[in-house]
Design a protein. Structure first.
Ligand code: 5GP
Ligand code: ZN
Length: 111
């Protein structure tokens, strides 16, 4: 499968990992949009949020808990979490990932 994030998990592409827990991994974004920009991903290849099944509920919960744990580790209280679903929402890598962004002030609505 030609998926960048699966290749990162297999060690075929290097990444700067910051968190690992059963079935969940997090590494620094290669093109950070904030002082802290971390991607939280499941080990399981799921292309988009639209492809989730009920059985993936635990994985999704673990991704959110990973965000909380990463924030605590970094000593951060304020952060933004983003899932982009499909191209019009800005999704470029089709292996679901939760963007963890922190370290600057964010505006609303997003662009
Ligand atoms: P999306 O636009 O799909 O929501 O986000 C994909 C993210 O993956 C982007 O922020 C992009 O910078 C990041 N990214 C793409 N390729 C790589 C890579 O090879 N390594 C890392 N660490 N991040 C990547
Ligand atoms: Zn993948």
């Amino acid at each position: 499968m030609d998926c960048i994030f699966c290749k990162i998990l297999k060690g075929e592409i290097k990444a700067d990992f910051v968190f690992k827990e059963e079935g969940i991994f997090a590494f620094k974004d290669i093109n950070p949009q904030a002082p802290h920009h971390i991607l939280i991903i499941p080990e399981k290849h799921i292309a988009t949020i639209n492809d989730l099944n009920d059985e993936d509920a635990l994985i999704m919960g673990k991704m959110l808990l990973a965000a909380k744990k990463i924030a605590k580790k970094l000593g951060i209280q304020s952060y933004r979490l983003v899932f982009n679903c499909n191209a019009d929402a800005g999704q470029e890598v089709f292996h679901i990932h939760l963007h963890f962004l922190a370290g600057r002030k964010f505006t609303w609505p997003p662009g």
